[in-house]
Design a protein around this ligand. Structure first.
Ligand code: ZN
Length: 221
């Protein structure tokens, strides 16, 4: 599939595309299945929030099976989260398994990270597949570290709050490493593109073209 021009790409959401001019990458949780939707690509992953309530061994086997499908274009979201009670070592183990699956099928990995950037970097810096840090809300020192390892950074609706440290970090991310997303927000991806183009002082068209190019490159579309 070639991406049409003049299209907005939402790299991480949990719902299908809302309109013809938006291509959505919809992340399924490990127990959800694909339903055919226009302009929508799917990823699947075992989220750290679900580890304690899941038979992880079976879920990972199932994930390995789903990952073989052409309909699944990435693995995730998965990651590490220090704000939950799930044992950190357990989270790391489950993440490592998903990195293995992503590498086995050569599909990018979508990462959820809360207060665990050093561990994310150390676990994933040698990854053979692209790493996308979704919903990034850190400062420029953290984004700099991520970029050193050529990770990709996705910015979501939090940027609409215009918090100075987020704006500063955004302004230092090369466009070649940038994605935009809605995740669970009710904001439109178009609002996020408009705000980011304003903050970066780049034409929205240029932003759209670059994010399309990033998408084509990472997902072989
Ligand atoms: Zn999400």
């Amino acid at each position: 599939m070639t991406l049409p021009s003049n299209i907005y790409i939402d790299i991480h959401s949990h719902s299908p595309s809302p309109s013809k001019d938006v291509i959505t990458f919809c992340s399924l949780f490990h127990d959800q299945s694909i339903s055919e939707c226009e302009n929508t690509f799917f990823s699947v992953g075992l989220h750290p929030w679900h580890i304690d309530s899941t038979d992880c061994k079976n879920a990972l086997l199932e994930l390995d099976r789903s990952a073989q499908s052409e309909d699944i274009i990435a693995i995730g979201e998965t990651g590490l989260d220090r704000a939950i009670t799930t044992k950190f070592e357990r989270q790391k183990k489950v993440l490592k398994e998903q990195l293995r699956i992503a590498e086995k099928y050569n599909k990018p990995l979508l990462i959820h990270c809360v207060r665990a950037f050093p561990e994310i970097i150390s676990l994933l810096k040698k990854s053979k597949v692209p790493i996308i840090i979704h919903g990034f809300q850190g400062n420029f020192k953290i984004s700099d570290e991520l970029l050193k390892h050529n990770f990709y950074i996705s910015i979501g609706a939090a940027i609409l709050k215009e918090i100075p440290k987020h704006i500063h970090a955004l302004q230092l991310i090369p466009l070649e490493n940038l994605f935009l997303e809605t995740d669970e927000s009710d904001e439109s991806i178009k609002t996020i593109y408009a705000k980011v183009s304003e903050l970066l002082e780049v034409e929205e068209k240029e932003l759209m073209t670059q994010i399309q190019a990033n998408t084509t490159k990472l997902f072989h579309l």
